[in-house]
Design a protein around this ligand. Structure first.
Ligand code: ADP
Length: 439
């Protein structure tokens, strides 16, 4: 990688490295709510990426389940960019269910970042009590259930069969792993600071930190002032802005004024999305269903969907969806194979999203994690300014479509408001209310 030129803009307060795309947005959403203007970058940043006037940058990697050496290499490349842009504190974000295996990637990436930053101590906590993730005596609970008794036990890639995070992280690390327990956190940030110092003196390199309320996260946050590297889920990030003299404020979520046509593209078949699609249609908004069996290689169905879209009232939001019931999805998957069916639908919806932007859609909501990834890639979006939250974990964003066909004669990029909703996020009226939130 060519070393990026040092930026002339204000230095970053917080530089974040997230191990997956939707997790990155979840973190960015929390940072904005804590008052930090935040930009999310897709993949290892390139030299010409900028952070404008952001207080925080979140680099979204897809490094959760790739081989540990690759996850380390990508994370270090992201770190290099963040440091070159002046990041004062580095945050490594992983899943709130601590998704990992004895090979990593949480421990190996955390230790590689510590080494690169020349720091001998960091913390690790996936806790986010408001979102049902608490850590007590080093044990992770999802609601009132120990992690090992949840569905995560049978996760195909990262089965979590031990709720004791000290033990889980120790298996992934060379350095000793310790614990800052809930009783210490309850005493306040000074006590947390003293406990971290004492652990360091005992030769501990990483400490799991308990948190059983959101107030605990703020206490922990205050104790992390000046710590070079922090690792955690998206929760502990809510307590970091205070250390930079930043408090919640309306400008952190300000986006350019919304304009243009409004559309929803939905490829998610999750239960919440099914209810959102049904609600949107029941409210009388126009919709067009994509049946996977009708997808052709010549793009006739894409053209048909786009011709339909072009004929709609341009002041009303429209919906193009492949969302269907589990039974219908299974029938298609049995016929085409799970992977092929998914890819076919994703490619089709991404081509439609692109066509919609050509037609003047500038407020685009995409439902489905994989579907969002496909649409963002097709539009050539590699950077998003994070705006107001629609529902927990899903903010409106503002982005530029840089796919070559969007280049205008004047050289101005096409910019649009974008919301990427993964699976089960959002209330039933999500599609309808989202557009009302944009000013
Ligand atoms: P979620 O976030 O709800 O999991 P994703 O977009 O990540 O949604 O995943 C949904 C997957 O299902 C995608 O690969 C998508 O292409 C595929 N899909 C969408 N609609 C259908 C359908 N009607 N039949 C089969 N597969 C579908």
């Amino acid at each position: 990688m060519t070393p990026p030129k040092p930026s002339t803009r204000k230095p970053l307060a917080l530089g974040c490295i997230a191990d997956d795309f939707t997790g990155a947005t979840d973190l960015a959403n929390n940072l904005v709510r804590s008052g930090m203007r935040t930009v999310q970058l897709m993949g290892v940043p390139k030299a010409d990426h900028s952070h404008d006037d952001a207080d925080a940058v979140v680099v979204a990697l897809k490094s959760r389940t790739i081989p540990a050496e690759e996850a380390i290499a990508q994370s270090l490349a992201a770190l290099e960019w963040l440091l070159a842009h002046g990041a004062q504190q580095i945050y490594f974000k992983y899943c709130s269910t601590f998704d990992s295996t004895p090979k990593g990637n949480i421990g190996p990436v955390a230790e590689a970042l510590m080494k690169a930053l020349g720091t001998s101590f960091t913390i690790a906590t996936p806790a986010f009590p408001e979102n049902q993730r608490s850590v007590f005596q080093g044990h992770l609970f999802v609601g009132s259930t120990l992690l090992e008794h949840t569905g995560m036990r049978d996760h195909p890639l990262t089965p979590m069969t031990d709720s004791n995070l000290v033990r889980v992280l120790q298996a992934q690390c060379h350095q000793r792993v310790g614990l800052v327990d809930a009783a210490t956190v309850a005493e306040g940030s000074a006590a947390v600071g003293e406990r971290m110092l004492s652990l360091q003196r005992q030769g501990v390199g990483l400490a799991i930190v308990d948190a059983i309320s959101n107030r605990d996260l703020l206490t922990i946050g205050a104790a992390l002032k000046g710590m070079r590297l922090v690792t955690g889920g998206s929760g502990v990030a809510i307590g970091l802005a205070q250390n930079f003299g930043i408090s919640p404020n309306p400008t952190s979520e300000a986006l350019p004024k919304a304009k243009g046509k409004k559309a929803v593209v939905s490829g998610s078949c999750s239960v919440a999305t099914q209810a959102q699609v049904a609600h949107f249609i029941a409210q009388g908004f126009p919709s067009f269903q994509i049946h996977p069996a009708e997808i052709d290689t010549q793009g006739a169905l894409v053209n048909k969907a786009l011709a339909w879209a072009a004929s709609q009232n341009e002041h009303e939001p429209i919906l193009i969806y492949s969302t269907s019931s589990p039974g219908e999805v299974k029938t298609i998957q049995d016929k085409l194979g799970v992977g092929h069916a998914g890819e076919l639908v994703e490619t089709t919806l991404a081509a439609i999203a692109k066509g919609l932007v050509h037609q003047g859609v500038r407020q685009l909501l995409v439902a489905g994690g994989e579907t969002s990834g496909a649409c963002v890639q097709a539009l050539g979006i590699d950077q998003m300014q994070i705006g107001p939250q629609i529902d927990p974990g899903v903010p409106w964003c503002w982005a530029q479509a840089s796919a070559s066909e969007f280049a205008t004669p004047s050289g101005d990029a096409v910019s649009l408001h974008l919301a990427l909703k993964s699976g089960n996020f959002g209330t039933e009226d999500f599609f309808v209310k989202s557009f009302g939130l944009l000013k």
